[in-house]
Structures are given as C-alpha cells and as structure tokens.
Design a protein around this ligand. Structure first.
Ligand SMILES: [Fe+2]
Length: 334
C-alpha cells in the first residue's frame, strides 16, 4: 500500500511493490520508435591450417570411447551464458574418426547434417540405412533418428557436423538416448545415388558430392553473369534440408564479387575448395582459402569475392527455415 504524497516517490514505491509480486509496469520500459535486429554474434573467421592442426592433435589426446564424439567446435565469443555456440541457433563442428573407430549409436531431438571433408571407407548409419561417406557428400540425421559412424578404412576421416543444438537448448527441448549396442543393425547399404538416397520417411537423406557439383555447373551454364549460382539442398517437394536448417553450395566464378546483402538468418560458411577470396562482413575483411570457416551474423551486410582464376565453392548452413514460417525472414541488397 502506497502512503507517500510525493508522486515520484509514490511511483517508485509502487514499482517496488510490483517487483516483490514478480510484476512490472510497462512504463518501466522505453518503447523504441525504430528497431531492427542487432546481432550479438561476432563475425568470425577460422583458418583451416589451425582447425586441421587442432583436430589432428585431438586424435592423439582423446579417444572416441572417452568422448563419444571427437569434435572441435566453433565458438562465437558474442554468445554469453553457460556455454558458447557458433551462432544462437546453429552449431558447426569438425569431427575426426580414426581408422577402426566407432562413434556409437544414439539419437537426439537435435537435427544434424554431416558434410564430408576428407577420407572415405566410412559409413554413417541412420535408422538402419548405412551411407558411404565420401568427400563432398552431405548426409542428414533428422532429429530423433538413431545414428552411428564407423571408419572401416585405413585413413582418418574428417567431416563437418552441423546441428541446431543451440536452438533446441534455448527451447528446452533436448532429449538424448543411447542405443543398447555400439552399432544399430544395418538394413541397407547405400554407396551411390543408384542405391536410392531416401531415408525411411521418403525424403532425401543422402546428397552425393558429384551430383551437387554437376547441378551447380548446370546452374552456372544457364545463369546470367550477374546472377549468383547457389545449389540449395532441398527435398523433392521443395522443403529445406532440415526443418531448422538450409544448407547450400555456392559456386563463385573466377573474379566474381557478389552483391552486398544482409539477411535476418545467420550464415555459417565453409570453403570447400577451388580458389581463394575475401568475404567482407560489415567493416571486416576475411581473406579465405580452402577449409576456412566464416560466420556471418544475422542482419549484417556481407559480400563474397573470388579473387582467383579458379571457381571457388562455399558450403553454407543457415537458419532461414526457422524464420520464414513465422514471418521473420527478410533480405536486402545494395
Ligand atoms: Fe549425434
């Protein structure tokens, strides 16, 4: 009960009363006359020489049995809290599986992709479908599907893991379960597109590298010279790669400079190969080469330039499918 006659004092006392009851008056907040997203993410660039060195050294220090998964995770210092992630919605990590190792079977509500960088003779089994992993392949592990990885080759295998774990944690929706055995039974082995690339739900779970490249080159032939050449990993009915993630592969022609653009989605890029170039993010310039990873924060002006005489390929992960259905996706060019 407010007893003072000074109005300001009375309001301060009233605010305190509200606070004690876990309430707050809207007058405590300033209503902005203009607002647009201001990302707390930092624009980031990791060099492959460093990533590869750390990843290979982790192979000497950590066994897959100790850790369950041996990954080196990209961390964004713009994210504070109990732990950092690559972005506030999506996580990119690099995984190493040595010859003979098995990353044991489990499932989780987080959606995941694997994009193979180097190696072969390794299988990722998802719900009994065992997919051969070769450089350039993209393999999906939709949420709550059993998955395990086995390297049956003589060489280490390296791949990118992309997960929506920051989003799932933010929504407090994480379930994780271990399988009753190190590996699940294999129902079918899939090595090429001829073996069928669909998972048991009928959507594509396996995008082979050579097919992706062929599609890109076909797109490049028919594109106008000022048009960007981007293959999006979509299902036959047009749905994005995963409900929370759209993956893409951009072909940058020799000398190409993309328009400066910004989107409300985040972009995580990995330089698959070809030429070298520069990505400008706001005021920062990141000179990249094969294997480098870059984070473009949401609603941040950026452009890519291929400074070499070779075609360059940029693999990307974006959270656009989360934003579009709720009217939050926007993009601008200048
Ligand atoms: Fe997993």
């Amino acid at each position: 009960m407010t007893t003072t006659s000074d109005p300001q004092h009375a309001l301060a006392a009233f605010d305190q009363e509200l606070e004690r009851a876990s309430l707050q008056g809207h007058w405590k907040m300033e209503l902005p006359k203009f607002m647009e997203p201001r990302s707390r993410l930092h624009a980031m660039h990791w060099r492959w020489s460093q990533l590869e060195d750390f990843l290979m050294r982790s192979g000497d220090l950590i066994t897959v049995n100790d850790a369950g998964r041996r990954t080196v995770q990209l961390m964004n210092p713009g994210i504070s809290g109990p732990r950092q992630w690559t972005t506030h919605t999506l996580q990119m990590s690099f995984q190493l599986v040595l010859p003979g190792e098995v990353a044991t079977a489990h499932r989780h509500t987080m959606n995941a992709i694997r994009f193979v960088i180097r190696g072969g003779g390794t299988f990722t089994t998802v719900e009994g479908e065992s997919f051969l992993m070769e450089p350039g392949d993209l393999i999906l592990t939709p949420g709550w599907t059993w998955h395990d990885h086995i390297n049956e080759s003589e060489e280490p295998i390296l791949w990118i893991d992309g997960l929506d774990v920051p989003l799932v944690f933010a929504l407090n929706g994480a379930f994780i379960e271990e399988y009753s055995a190190p590996q699940q039974p294999v129902k079918r082995i899939v090595r090429t597109v001829a073996d069928g690339t669909e998972g048991p739900d009928g959507s594509t779970w396996y995008f082979k590298g050579p097919e992706t490249e062929a599609r890109l080159r076909q797109m490049a032939r028919s594109a106008r010279s000022d048009e960007e050449v981007i293959f999006e990993y979509r299902h036959a009915d047009g749905r994005p790669t995963l409900s929370s993630m759209l993956c893409g592969m951009q072909l940058l022609r020799p000398g190409e400079v993309t328009p400066s653009q910004r989107r409300t989605s985040v972009g995580i890029y990995y330089v698959v190969g070809g030429g070298n170039g520069v990505t400008v993010v706001d005021e920062q310039s990141f000179a990249w080469e094969r294997g480098d990873a870059i984070v473009v924060p949401n609603w941040t002006w950026h452009q890519h330039a291929n400074h070499s005489s070779e075609e360059a390929l940029l693999f990307s992960m974006s959270d656009r499918p989360l934003l579009e259905p709720i009217g939050l996706y926007r993009e601008e060019r200048r």
